[in-house]
Design a protein around this ligand. Structure first.
Ligand code: GDP
Length: 540
């Protein structure tokens, strides 16, 4: 395989957490450690408005900067590490889920005082569905928090997999003494301070004491050290040993403790990403004849998947940025790209990579890397992108999920003359995944489907700002959707006849059943046992 050495040195991961657990801070410290940024605070800056989420202008501000910083690439030791941020607000969780399809591992940040929180729980579910390996970082050890053994227990319950501590805390809160590195058998002594950083030659900003000098540590940290020793001994008997294959199969999670804001315990995490996190693996494509084929990441030909489409931060330009996760081969600057679905060639005006938070023209990219290119349409979420003359035989990558909306509103025009602009706006916003658009099969107003209420606000605002369309949104009787399929043509016809008033086509012309309540769905399922109702549509 021609590109094997480059693939081997790639690590692509998402950082996930409940808001306020310390994701932004940790991201910044990881970048700082790897030398990707030198000014602490530059990741933070974009976050300032994150909590004022119902104000569209705030979102827009945030969006402007997040284009550059939602994907970050850094070089550490011999590795190229791609870090993907996941949006924090729950209304955008669908976007988050898609980001998780583009990574090979996830780093979960947990607040030591709060344990596993609701938002984290949902993200964990998605990781588990895909068997994404998870590394765990327990943050804020410098604050009074929960007992570490108890936390481990909770994480195990929530993740449904055993925890394997890689570091262990000595004391906590005001008495936080540091962490014991169980692999290296040494203790890193806690020193507060945000900007201390070790250089890559190994000179460390913190004091390190080998466990062989346990007497010194006992004298210094007294009871706290003895308690830690006791816990470590207990865990040695009770916790499983770290096993690389179990971690990669999402059957155990290595756990680290530290304090992001103090840049403490971060190096251990970064080293674990290099030493433990897996490089890109083979991905599946479905070929035209339905065959499922594995594409090795180091294969010759370039291919990738669009997992995110984002509007240009400048609304006066209609172009958008498509984010592509490279799945195989090598992208080199100037290369022609093709959309599998339409067979159309793309002529991106610029292709960028995301090194050190600046958008830079990309020279080359390999499996695991994320490239972004500008598009004026014709590219959809989930699209497979290839290079080459006769890619039809290649097939399409499977697996980008669309979730059934739970909220619906009708959309109508204030000015009927603008229906063309409305259609164009809805089409493009639908392609971006900002909203899902449904056309009832027997006529009537178009329907917008969302996972979070905020999406409606955003779409209404953007229709006006970017397409000059004043859209009226209205209440609607539907509260859920299921995509429908059926192997039996007669049964399908009976169903479509009976349910006609509740059927609609989505942006990909896939048939969906709109339901008024869970009870409605249950009843319909009972009446039509041969019809399958899917809560998730995978882009095909
Ligand atoms: P995010 O919402 O998960 O991105 O969280 P942030 O990184 O913005 O952190 C939320 C708050 O927790 C901020 O005020 C941080 O300064 C603070 N914080 C982050 N890490 C630590 C830590 O290790 N110790 C303490 N005491 N505070 C922290």
């Amino acid at each position: 395989m021609p590109h094997a050495p480059e693939v081997r040195r790639r690590r692509t991961f998402a950082i996930i957490s409940h808001p306020d657990a310390g994701k932004t801070t940790l991201t910044e410290k990881l970048l700082l450690f790897s030398g990707a940024i030198h000014i602490a605070g530059s990741v933070k800056a974009r976050k300032a408005s994150r909590h004022a989420t119902s104000d569209w202008m705030e979102i827009e501000k945030q969006r402007g900067i997040s284009v550059a910083s939602s994907v970050m690439q850094m070089l550490y030791r011999d590795c190229v590490i791609n870090l993907l941020d996941t949006p924090g607000h729950k209304d955008f969780s669908e976007d988050t889920y898609r980001v998780l399809t583009a990574v090979d591992a996830a780093l979960m940040v947990i607040d030591a005082a709060n344990g596993v929180e609701p938002q984290t729980r949902r993200l964990i579910e998605v990781c588990r569905q895909r068997d994404t390996p998870i590394l765990t970082f327990v943050n804020k050890m410098d604050r009074e928090g929960r007992d570490p053994l108890e936390l481990l227990d909770e994480i195990e319950q929530e993740l449904g997999m055993p925890c394997v501590p890689m570091t262990w805390p000595v004391g906590q809160g005001k008495a936080f003494g540091g962490i014991v590195d169980l692999r290296k058998q040494q203790m890193r002594l806690f020193k507060a301070g945000a900007d201390k950083r070790s250089d890559q030659d190994g000179a460390d900003a913190d004091e390190i004491v080998p466990l062989a000098q346990a007497d010194t540590l006992r004298a210094r940290f007294g009871q706290d050290f003895e308690t830690a020793e006791g816990s470590i001994e207990l865990l040695a008997g009770a916790a499983p040993a770290y096993a690389q294959d179990a971690f990669e199969a999402a059957k155990q999670t290595p756990v680290f403790f530290g304090s992001g804001v103090n840049n403490f315990g971060v190096q251990e995490v970064l080293d674990a990403l290099v030493d433990l996190a897996p490089p890109p693996a083979a991905r599946h494509v479905t070929q035209a004849d339905g065959r499922d084929v594995e594409v090795p990441p180091a294969a010759e030909g370039f291919s990738g998947v669009v997992f995110k489409v984002q509007a240009n931060m400048d609304p006066s330009h209609r172009d958008r940025i498509a984010f592509v996760r490279v799945n195989s081969g090598r992208y080199a600057s100037g290369m022609k790209l093709r959309v599998q679905r339409s067979g159309k060639e793309l002529r991106p005006t610029s292709v960028v990579t995301f090194l050190s938070q600046r958008r830079e023209a990309v020279e080359e990219a390999y499996a695991g890397d994320i490239i972004g290119f500008t598009t004026h349409g014709g590219v959809q979420l989930g699209d497979t992108i290839t290079h080459g003359e006769a890619p039809a035989s290649f097939g399409t990558y499977t697996g980008l999920p669309f979730f059934a909306p739970e909220l619906f509103q009708t959309v109508e025009l204030a000015n009927p003359m603008k229906s063309k602009q409305l259609m164009q706006g809805l089409l493009q916003l639908g392609e971006e995944g900002a909203i899902q658009v449904f056309r009832p099969t027997v006529g009537g107003a178009m329907l917008l489907g969302a996972i979070g209420q905020l999406q409606f606000e955003v779409v209404q605002h953007r229709l006006k700002a970017e397409y000059g369309v004043e859209a009226r949104l209205g209440a609607c009787r539907f509260h859920g959707a299921r995509w429908v399929t059926c192997d039996d043509a007669a049964a399908m016809r009976k169903f479509t006849d009976e349910a006609a008033s509740k059927l609609a086509l989505d942006a990909a012309d896939t048939l969906a059943y709109l339901m008024t309540s869970p009870y409605d769905l249950r009843l319909t399922q009972e009446r039509h046992p041969k019809v399958v109702f899917h809560p998730l549509r995978e882009h095909a």
